[in-house]
Ligand binder design. Sequence first.
Ligand code: UDX
Ligand code: UDX
Length: 456
Amino acid sequence: MKLNICCIGAGYVGGPTMAMIAHKVPSAKVTVVDINAERIAAWKSDKLPVFEPGLQEIVEGCRDKNLFFSTDVDAGIQEAEVIFVSVNTPTKTYGMGAGKAADLRYVELCARRIAEVANGTKIVVEKSTLPVRTAASIQRILHQNPKGHQFQVLSNPEFLAEGTAIQDLENPDRVLIGGNEDEGGRAAVETLASLYAEWVPREKIITTNLWSSELSKLTANAFLAQRISSINSISALCEATGANVDEVAHAIGKDSRIGPKFLKSSVGFGGSCFQKDILNLVYLCQHFGLPEVAEYWEQVVRMNDLQKRRFSERIVKTLFNTVSGKRLAIFGYAFKKDTNDIRESAAIYICRDLLEEKAQLAIYDPQVEPAAIYESLGLTSEEERSRIEICPSPYDAAKKAHAIAILTEWDIFKTLDYEKILSSMARPAALFDGRNILSLTELRKIGFEAHGIGKA
Ligand code: UDX
Ligand code: UDX
């Protein structure tokens, strides 16, 4: 399929998604543009700005053939027939809706830019997760372009999860495309559907009206996060009663109506989407005069906050109510395994709590850059930074530590030599498995005071 495609925003979503399109549709020309020159340079280099298993190979296979990275946003817009908008939509930190609503200024800036420089008819695709009815605002901006060009706005939310982006893009559960319910809208939907149909079976391509598509994305994330908060709420009860949350999750997951996925109790969900999207949903409900619906969903985020807090408190309590001056090893900082992304990672909150208690942290993560860790903890000066040590291996981190906290479920943490680790630690030595990846019985056998989530 011959199609000129541009994507504005070379982030965790835009980069991998466009790489997959270029990989699957060699006849399409795909250009990813971004205002961040450093990011674009990284996409052109050997060390991509996003770590995803399998991504490097795909990018290297298409780069400079039909996949291009550039900071020239205007040229990208002008050359393309289809423009994906995949810029970030963080939670608003100011003004109306602060702390909940999505900050749409980057999306609006993109729409204005497209309206200003476009040289012909274009299809503009919302890839970023957006509040329902954003397409209406984008349409308004686009239609006021000085040259009277026609635009079609589509919603095509991305459901990929980080760490499995390539697999998810290659074989998605579904592709969702929302468009206007008129002739122009239907034609635009068909153009995009045909692009995906180059590798996704037609029956997996769902088409809806614009608002259903926008709202489905928020709803999918809210439901997924709700499952985690639900099992985490039960984990608190398990700890109090002697039930084991893994056993409960297994037992209920066998019910085909419930299903086994997304029932892993943890120190709390993180990532750039869940909290942001739920708060966005909450704001929308309030905005549309549905306060009870808003409260219902807000509770999912509250439960997640509680889960993180309970974990820090358990560490402090177990270590004789004080961690002041004690070295604590942190295993994992990313919000989940197989990614270098730390946005909203539970580790940030746990580490902040522990630093407030004046602990000395020794952090190990196989992918996260030290600079990102310092920044997330607000440690700017040399002196502040000395409160944490970023270690080259989990063994180094655990040396002389009073406790280990596993905060990311990286596979390597499952196969470490815990006897060797224990022998290098202060005594008594505790281990807090915030991801339930290790056997507490085994750890206790070798002499750890071992704690998990939702386990007595
Ligand atoms: C983002 C949103 O967080 C998410 O809601 C949405 O579903 C998809 O887009 P992500 O790709 O993870 O997800 O964001 P990020 O990694 O921050 O990438 C966004 C990129 O857009 C950045 O590289 C930024 O420089 C770029 N950008 C932002 C522009 O090119 N132009 C702008 O005006 C603003
Ligand atoms: C999520 C959605 O899954 C994806 O469809 C959407 O496009 C973006 O948001 P992502 O944030 O990349 O993807 O990761 P996900 O695998 O959903 O995990 C989110 C968080 O929940 C992680 O911190 C993870 O560790 C946690 N989690 C997940 C649990 O604590 N328990 C589980 O059972 C599953």
